[in-house]
Ligand binder design. Structure first.
Ligand SMILES: *Cc1c(COP(=O)(O)O)cnc(C)c1O
Length: 453
């Protein structure tokens, strides 16, 4: 057989539980700290921002967390997501490796993000919340939460990083189509936004700034809570539907991955695909090499410090221990907007420290080249973020050709690039340049890491 092969699970195989890796860790995750006292956070500290059910999931040590029936009913529209064997890509590369990809672009918003947007909207609605505030980078999260909010009758307000707001007008139109309000960040609507604009009137924004604005709105309004699309434990847990399904699908294919590869911005699609495999390994099964792939211009895992830092620029969030470039680091305006966060999920960072995962970084032009090779072989145009995983998978597949081995590679294709065609046009026009991270900017931002005495 030479065509691409699809491994499709029956609807009854939509997972009934999310997987919480905290239950299997050899060393517990360092706790989040209160920004004022430096003491470990209690659940009540998070109550202004999140409903209690989500707070309990954030600190849960239970391995299996039940997926509520209304959430599974919505998942049914696009889950189980397909797993493909990329036979045509393998042939184009002339590799002896087997390449599988788990495709999350089949959701209504076009990425993995509705996997957590839907349960977050559900738990908030159950708790009587009326409005959600959030931030978005490339617009993927904003449109996913807008979609989920529309299902549960919640008003959604999105602070969108200004550079993406300008680069991606159709993502904004999608959010508005779902009924959300979208504001370019930094904005005049919050103290945090106004402070940044006073200091840097032409700031193009960052996720750290947009988070400050969204958190400020939720903290100030009784009817409003905050929703985050990545980084936090409960978000990573919700995304494990990806890996749980992929495990069953690899079983159908009668294979087990030697490599599990996904791109990492805040770490949620990576965690979603990889954690079930890592957990399986921790409980005694074969351990694949697990690789988180990031852009060279925002190299959190590969160049950041592992330290307690704030999640946002205005320092409104708790301190969490993570790989960070410093909460005031502003990455250059490259096209994979979803990978422009200064930090990494604490759980992903912890696993890196424990040696359970690896990290790689690649330049954007080599990622686009890989994305185009993928599209020409498989027909699916990857999101700019997802091209990082494709690049890494191709790299390891070509290395196998040199070494005469036949590894099984599973990559996460976190979304499609249909809203990102301007980036592809820019690539074809030769307008995309590689921007290594700015070393002086990095040293400045790292110098501002909070000191905990
Ligand atoms: C948001 C996004 C990412 C990055 O976020 P993670 O939390 O690291 O997964 C990657 N791919 C796509 C398609 C996205 O929308």
């Amino acid at each position: 057989m030479t065509g691409t092969v699809k491994y499709q699970l029956d609807e009854s195989k939509i997972p009934t539980h999310w997987y919480n890796i905290a239950a299997d860790l050899p060393v517990p995750l360092p706790p989040p700290l209160h920004p004022g006292t430096g003491q470990p956070l209690g659940p009540s500290d998070l109550e202004p921002l999140f409903p209690m059910e989500i707070i309990l999931q954030e600190v849960s040590q239970e391995r299996d967390i039940e997926i509520p029936t209304p959430v599974r009913d919505i998942y049914r529209q696009w889950r189980p997501a397909p797993l493909y064997r990329a036979r045509r890509l393998e042939a184009a590369l002339g590799t002896s490796a087997k390449i599988y990809y788990k495709y999350e672009g089949v959701s209504p918003a076009g990425s993995h993000k509705p996997n957590t947007a839907v349960p977050q909207a559900f738990y908030n609605q159950q708790a009587g919340v009326k409005r959600l505030s959030t931030e978005t980078g490339a617009g993927q999260w904003g449109s996913s939460l807008a979609f989920a909010g529309s299902l549960f009758g919640l008003t959604v307000e999105v602070f969108m990083v200004k550079v993406s707001y300008q680069q991606k007008p159709y993502r904004r139109a999608l959010m508005e189509t779902y009924g959300a309000r979208c504001v370019a960040s930094p904005s005049e609507e919050t103290e945090a936004g106004r402070a940044i604009l006073r200091a840097h009137p032409d700031s193009t924004g960052s996720l750290g700034i947009a988070i400050s604005e969204a958190v400020e709105v939720a903290a100030k309004r009784d009817d409003t809570k905050y929703a985050l699309g990545s980084v936090l434990n409960h978000v990573l847990t919700h995304q494990t539907v990806i890996g749980i399904e992929a495990m069953a699908q690899m079983d159908m294919a009668d294979d087990y991955p030697d490599f599990v590869i996904a791109c990492a911005g805040g770490g949620s699609n990576f965690a979603g695909l990889a954690f079930p495999f890592i957990g399986h390994g921790l409980r005694g099964a074969k351990k694949p090499r697990v690789i988180a792939v990031e852009p060279a211009s925002c190299p959190t895992l590969t160049r950041g410090h592992y330290a307690y830092d704030f999640g946002d620029t205005a320092h409104l969030t708790p301190l969490v221990k993570m790989h960070t470039l410093g909460s005031t680091f502003i990455p250059p305006g490259f096209h994979a907007g979803g990978l422009r966060y200064h930090g990494m999920a604490p759980m992903v960072s912890h696993l890196k420290e424990l040696g359970l995962i690896e990290a790689e970084s690649w330049q954007q032009t080599e990622c686009f080249a890989a994305g185009i090779a993928f599209a020409r072989a498989e027909g699916i145009v990857p999101a700019p973020e997802s091209t990082h995983a494709v690049k890494s998978a191709i790299h390891h597949a070509l290395k196998a050709r040199g070494a005469g081995t036949s590894p099984v590679i599973l990559l996460g294709l976190s979304g499609h690039g249909h809203f990102d065609m301007q980036a592809y046009s820019d690539y074809f026009a030769g307008k995309l340049v590689d921007q290594p991270h700015d070393e002086a900017e990095l040293q400045r931002a790292l110098g501002e890491l909070p000191s905990l005495s």
